[in-house]
Design a protein around this ligand. Structure first.
Ligand SMILES: Cc1ncc(COP(=O)(O)O)c(C=O)c1O
Length: 371
C-alpha cells in the first residue's frame, strides 16, 4: 500500500473513530482512565511511572528562558534536539528525529506499518498504547504472553504469532509494566528472523534505569528497526513533552506523514540541556534503585509477592483483584497504577520519593490489616 492510500485509509478510520469512540491512549490517559478521577489534592501519585523530582535544575532554567521567547515557533529547537540525541548515542544525525514525547512516534509507527495483513505483535502484559492505534486502524493485534521464566518478551512465540509474514513487532525493554529486560540475544533473533517488510519497534522508555545495552546498534541493518526514547521518565519531563526516535532515514521518512509534527520548544530545549548534564542519569538511576530495593525488602518482610524489576515501577501481588486494592489505597489518598487483564491480581506501583513510598507502605499495611 502506498503512502497516499494509507493516509486516506487513516482519514476514513479517523472519521469512524470519531463516531465509534475508538481512541489513542498514552500513559497519562491510561492512568487517568483507571483511578485518578477526582484525586484529592496532595494525594500520593505513584500511578503513571513519572520521575518524582521533575526536570533537573539546568533544564528548568533553560525551559524558563525559552518560555520567555515563546511567542516564536522556534522550529529549529527540534532539529537541535535531534542532533544532540544523535551525538549522545554516536549515531549519524540523519538517524534521529525529535517528537513531543515518544507516544507520537509510537502511534505513527503503527499507522505507517500496520494495515491489512500487517498485524501488531505485542506482549502481554505490555504497554497497551500501540494497541489503541491498531484498533483505530482495525488491524489484528497478537498479544503474546511474556516468558514465564524471566518475564522477558517471548521472541520465539512472537515470531510464531506472525507466521512468517510481515508484522510490526513491539518490544518494550525494560517492559512496562513488569520492569523486566528482554536480552539483546532475543532482540537480535527477532530482527534476524522477522519476515522482510516487518518492523521491530523497540521501546527504550525505561532503559536509563538499567545498565543493559541499548538496541541502537540494530537500527542500521537491512531490516526496519526503530528505537524509541523519552524524556518523560528518568529526565522528569512528562508534562514538558520530548522524545526521540532512532532509525534509518527511510524508516523515519515512512512514519513522518502520520502526524502534524509540532513540538513544544520548551520540551525540546529542556531535553537537549538534560542530555548535556554529566552524571544526571547515573545519579537518578541510583536514586530509584535505592528506593526500589528498600521497597522490595519491605515487601519481602511482609511476604508480599512482586515481580523483580530493574525499572521505576514494580508489579506488586495484590493477593486480590488489583483494582480492589487500588481502590482501597485511593481511599487512603495513595494512587497506584493499573492492573493488566493477564495479571489481574497485580498492581503496578511507580517508585516515588522516599516519603511517597512511606505513605504507600502505611496505606498498604492499613488496607491489609483491615481485610
Ligand atoms: C513503554 C512506554 N512507551 C512510551 C510511553 C510514552 O511516554 P511519552 O509519550 O510521555 O514519551 C510510555 C509512558 O509511560 C511507556 O511506558
Amino acid at each position: 500500500m502506498g503512502n497516499e492510500q494509507r493516509v486516506s485509509m487513516v482519514r476514513r478510520r479517523g472519521f469512524l473513530a470519531a463516531i465509534g469512540g475508538v481512541a489513542f491512549f498514552n500513559e497519562a490517559t491510561l492512568a487517568q482512565n483507571s483511578y485518578i478521577q477526582g484525586a484529592a489534592e496532595g494525594a500520593v501519585m505513584i500511578n503513571a511511572n513519572e520521575f518524582p523530582l521533575g526536570p533537573c535544575a539546568e533544564a528548568l532554567e533553560a525551559v524558563k528562558a525559552t518560555a520567555a521567547n515563546g511567542g516564536r515557533y522556534l522550529f529549529g529547537e527540534a532539529f537541535k534536539l535531534a542532533g544532540a540525541g544523535a551525538a549522545a548515542e554516536g549515531v549519524a544525525a540523519s538517524h534521529c528525529a525529535a517528537f513531543a514525547g515518544s507516544s507520537d512516534p509510537l502511534h505513527r509507527a503503527v499507522l505507517a506499518y500496520c494495515g491489512k495483513g500487517m498485524p501488531l505483535v505485542t506482549a502481554s502484559p505490555g504497554y497497551e498504547s500501540p494497541e489503541g492505534a491498531a484498533a483505530f486502524l482495525g488491524v489484528p493485534v497478537h498479544r503474546v504472553p511474556l516468558r514465564q521464566s524471566d518475564y522477558a518478551h517471548d521472541v520465539g512465540a512472537m515470531l510464531s504469532a506472525a507466521a512468517g509474514k510481515p508484522a510490526l513487532f513491539y518490544v518494550t525493554t525494560p517492559n512496562n509494566p513488569t520492569g523486566t529486560v528482554t536480552p539483546m540475544g532475543d532482540l537480535e533473533r527477532l530482527v534476524k528472523e522477522m519476515a522482510a517488510g516487518s518492523c521491530a519497534l523497540i521501546d527504550e522508555a525505561y532503559i536509563h534505569f538499567t545498565e543493559v545495552p541499548s538496541a541502537l546498534k540494530l537500527i542500521d541493518g537491512e531490516k526496519d528497526v526503530a528505537v524509541l526514547r523519552t524524556f518523560s521518565k528518568i529526565y522528569g519531563m512528562a508534562g514538558l513533552r520530548a522524545g526521540l526516535m532512532y532509525a534509518r532515514p527511510e524508516v523515519l521518512g515512512r512514519i513522518g506523514p502520520y502526524g502534524v509534527g509540532f513540538v513544544p520548544a520548551t520540551g525540546m530545549v529542556g531535553a537537549r540541556v538534560s542530555l548535556g548534564v554529566k552524571g544526571l542519569v547515573a545519579e537518578r538511576r541510583a536514586y530509584v534503585r535505592k528506593i526500589r530495593e528498600d521497597l522490595c525488602q519491605w515487601l519481602d518482610a511482609r511476604q508480599t509477592g512482586y515481580i523483580p524489576s530493574v525499572s521505576n515501577k514494580i508489579m506488586v501481588d495484590a493477593g486480590r483483584p488489583g483494582r480492589q486494592l487500588a481502590g482501597a489505597l485511593a481511599r487512603e489518598r495513595v494512587y497506584v497504577g493499573r492492573s493488566w487483564p493477564s495479571m489481574p491480581n497485580h498492581v503496578r506501583v511507580t517508585i516515588g520519593t522516599p516519603e511517597e513510598m512511606a505513605a504507600f507502605k502505611r496505606a498498604l499495611a492499613k488496607v491489609y490489616s483491615a481485610a
